[in-house]
Design a binder for this molecule. Structure first.
Ligand code: ADP
Length: 400
């Protein structure tokens, strides 16, 4: 079966067409700047490309370009859209309502929209993506929604509650939700597979490090804690997000600088993190380059990330009373050896015996980076959120 995986944001629509039988990618692409002007970039499995700048007023117009790219362009891979057996949508916020993938119907769409208060940009974009697919492909084609935080719904209340008056949990569902769940689920399952062990007997810490970063404690295959919180702002320093800070910083700065809530949200989500500390860039590659030239603030931002990862790993090892393996994934986790080395240098107390030589230069492939006798194993496992969504979609529509 061919499954189309859609990841729609407020102004973008990413897609991947996956053949679930052999789990190969048939084509992938992205529409950007929807509602502003519009651009599609599409790549077929054999490298053929279709790129076009064209007005896309909304997600439905963008999806028409996806159809064109898949069926009619020079990089077409289908004779007709009817070859697609199902569509899987990534949804960022499923709240505490959705703890597993669901088939799309009006009731489900309604609930996703209700949850959009918790993630306005993301969930509304996702629903626009779903509606575009229904409009263009018809309501007969099964569509499945896969929630980014449902993997984290196994967290116990003592991990997900914030110590603020309980009424705000009851009134507004303010609590830790966590994100990147699809990735943490995928790499933890893959890690158990690579180790040749049953996940139910493993304590794992999965580090998804990219533009957005989060760390999850997975005990017996279940998430028991994760670093992102009510929103994806919490936890580690990220590309442009601050990560955790004393909430008093927000009230203090708000008063001193006369910053509104909206501006504060923008400051913490878009102007902080790597970008805010370094004043250079949100991208790790740029900071590594500047750090190598001696730029102190680039060095500081990089050091802050490594230090925070070490601290979180320590706290999750404590929370699980042990750890069997630590997994690095995401753009930084998969590709940046200096981060992995800096972090693992700080984990010798746990019994990590890191293979620095094997780590050097390793990029984007599965590898064990701990030495054979290491008490705690270290792995690099490239994430594959689209494949995970395609698998969940297939499982639901085929009943397997
Ligand atoms: P997102 O969180 O937006 O999905 P990614 O997981 O792609 O982003 O991570 C982006 C980060 O990973 C950037 O800081 C970038 O510098 C780094 N990165 C991604 N790919 C590479 C690579 N091949 N080599 C070095 N760094 C990379």
């Amino acid at each position: 079966m061919k499954i189309l995986v859609i990841n729609a944001g407020s102004s973008s629509l990413k897609y991947q067409l996956i053949n679930i039988d052999d789990e190969s990618v048939i084509a992938k692409g992205m529409c950007e700047r929807i509602g502003i002007d519009g651009r599609i970039k599409h790549t077929a499995f054999d490298g053929r490309e279709y790129v076009e700048e064209a007005e896309m007023k909304n997600h439905t117009e963008a999806f028409k370009y996806v159809e064109y790219a898949l069926v009619k362009s020079d990089a077409a891979v289908l004779k007709s859209m009817s070859e697609i057996g199902a569509v899987g949508h990534r949804i960022v916020q499923g709240g505490a309502i959705f703890d597993k993938p669901e088939l799309v119907n009006e009731d489900v769409i309604e609930k996703i929209l209700e949850l959009s208060e918790l993630a306005p940009l993301h969930n509304i974009g996702s629903v626009q993506g779903i509606r575009a697919c229904i409009e263009c492909l018809g309501s007969e084609l099964p569509q499945v929604v896969v929630f980014d935080n449902s993997f984290h719904n196994t967290m116990p209340p003592h991990a997900y509650m914030y110590a603020i008056p309980y009424e705000y949990y009851e009134k507004y569902a303010v609590r830790r939700y966590g994100f990147h769940g699809t990735s943490h689920k995928y790499v933890s399952a893959k890690c158990a597979e690579v180790m040749g062990r049953d996940i139910s007997e493993l304590k794992l810490i999965t580090c998804h490090l990219g533009n957005g970063s989060s760390i999850t404690a997975v005990d017996g295959g279940k998430c028991i804690d994760t670093s992102m919180g009510f929103t994806p702002l919490d936890g580690l320093i990220m590309g442009t997000r601050s990560g955790s800070l004393d909430p008093s910083v927000v009230t203090f700065l708000g008063e001193k600088e006369g910053i509104s809530y909206k501006e504060m949200s923008e400051l913490l989500n878009k102007k902080s993190g790597y970008l805010g500390v370094s004043g250079i860039s949100n991208d790790d590659r740029d900071l590594q380059e500047k750090a190598a030239e001696g730029n102190e603030r680039a060095k500081l931002a990089i050091k802050m990330l490594d230090y925070q990862i070490i601290k979180l790993i320590g706290s999750y090892a404590a929370a699980m009373n042990g750890v069997d393996a630590i997994v690095f994934t995401g753009g930084i986790g998969e590709n940046v050896d200096v981060h992995r080395a800096a972090v693992c240098k700080g984990l010798t107390y746990l019994g990590v015996d890191f293979d620095f030589e094997k780590n050097a230069g390793l990029r984007g492939r599965i590898a064990e980076l701990s030495k054979p006798g290491s008490k705690v194993k270290i792995y690099v496992i490239p994430t594959n959120e689209e494949l995970s969504i395609a698998r969940d979609t297939y499982a639901l529509v085929s009943g397997k």
